[in-house]
Design a protein around this ligand. Sequence first.
Ligand code: ADQ
Length: 464
Amino acid sequence: NTTEASSSEQSHLIVVSNRLPVTLTRGEDNMWSAKLSSGGLVAALSGLKKETSFRWVGWPGGDFSADDRVKIDSLLGENSCSAVYLDDETAELYYNGFSNSILWPLFHYHPGEINFEEADWEALPDSLLEVVQDGDLVWIHDYHLMLLPRMLRTMLDGRGLKSVKIGWFLHTPFPSSELYRILPGVLSADLLGFHTYDYARHFLSSCARILGLHTSPDVHVGTFPIGIDPDKFSEALETDAVKARLGHFEQQFRDTQVVVGVDRLDYIKGVPQKLLAFEELLARHPEYVGRVVLVQVAVPSRGDVEEYQQLIVSVSELVGRINGRFGTVEYTPIHFLHKSVDFTELVSLYAISEVCLITSTRDGMNLVSYEYVASQQKRHGVLVLSEFAGAAQSLNGSIIINSWNIEEALSMSADQRLANFTTLYRYSSTNSRPAPKARVVVLDYDGTLSATKSIPEFARPSPL
Ligand code: ADQ
C-alpha cells in the first residue's frame, strides 16, 4: 500500500514476541490458513491494532518444510507478520523447556531447575535485523525474550544503527529477588514495562541485590497496567448473534444461577482450587444443588509440557467426581469445556453469568476480569477475584479473595451488586485501554518516581 511504500523514511513500530498471534492450519487442499489465537498477549494488543499499525515478528509454532515456509511467509506478510522459524529440537529446548518449564514456574512462584541455552535465541536478532531500520521502535514482549534486548542492541551497535529504541514488557509477575537470580539481558532496552508497581519494585530490587546496580541513566522502568478494548465487548452485546445466543442461555438457565470461569488451562489459574471451592459450596449448602452451575471454559495450553498434561488429568477427574456426586439426570453442576470458544460464545457466557470466578494462584494481570466487567452492564454480576492476580490491585469493586468464598457472591443484594459494578465499570472503561492510552509512571532505576509519560510520547509509532 502507498502508506507503506512512502513511509520508509519514518520510524516503525515492531512488536516482537515468542509466538505470532495466529494459529496456522493446513486445509485439505494443502493451503494454509491463519486464525487469530486466544490468550492474554493477543487480547492486550488487539485494541492497539485498531489505532496503530505495526509489524509483528515471532515464531509461528511448529516445524515447517522449506516449501511450506514460502507459502506461510506470503500468508503472514498479508497480515503484517514476519516468521522466525524454529526447528522442533530448538522449540523443545527453548519454548517447552527453558521458557515454560523454568522461567514460567519461577516467575509464578513455582521454582524449578534452571538450565539455560543462550544459543537458542540467536535466530531471532538475525531475523529482526532484516526488518529494523534506524529510528524504529522495537517492542519486545515477555519472559521468553529477556536476553533479546542485549543481543539486539549489540548487533545494532555493530551496524551503526544507533537510534533504534527498544522497549520490553513483561506480561507475568516479576518475582522477589529471592527467586530471581538470573538474566541481565533486558537492561539493554530503553524502557522496561511491568503490569504493577510491585513487579517493577521486585525487578529494581533484584538489580540492586543481585547485580549491585542502583542507578542507570539509560534505562527507564515503568508500570503499565495493561487492559482490554472494552468497546469490543459492549458492541458485541448489541449484535444479533450475541443476542440470540444470550436468549438461548436465558431459556436454558432460567431457574439457575450461572458462575463462569474462563482460563487457559494453566496451573497458575487455580482451576482445581476453583472446582474444590465449588464442590464445597454444594456440600455445605444443599439449597444450591440444582440451582447453580459452574461453566468452566479452559483453553488447552502447552500440552507438550508434563505439568500441563497432569493438570488435564486432575481437572478431568475432579469434574467427573463432582458431577457424579451432585448431578442428576436433569442437573449437571459443572459444564467443562476444554477448548477455545469463539467470541460470540465468550461474550454471551460472560453476559449470562451472575458471578465470574478467578482463582489464580499468581497471574501477571488477568484480562478475563476486565472482559467480564465489560460484558455486565445489564446484570451487574459479581467479580470474585484472587488477590494474587495483578488486576486485584486495580479492580476495587470486586470481592478480593484468598480463600475462595463463592457463597458471598451468590447471595449479594442487588444494591450492593450495582454499587460494586459501578466502581468496577468506571475503572475498566477508562483505564482498561490498550497500552498507548495507559498512563505511564516512569521510575528511576533506584525506584524513585521521576516523570509521568504516555507511551506515544516515548514511542511515537507510525504505520509500517
Ligand atoms: P493469560 O495467562 O493468557 O495472559 P489472561 O490475561 O486472563 O491470561 O488472558 C486470557 C485471554 O484468553 C482472554 O482474552 C480470554 O478471553 C481468552 N481466553 C481464555 N480462555 C479462552 C477460551 N477457552 N476460549 C476463548 N478465549 C479464551 C498473560 C498473563 C496474564 C496477563 C496477560 C496480558 O498470564 O496475567 O494479564 O498475559 O498481559
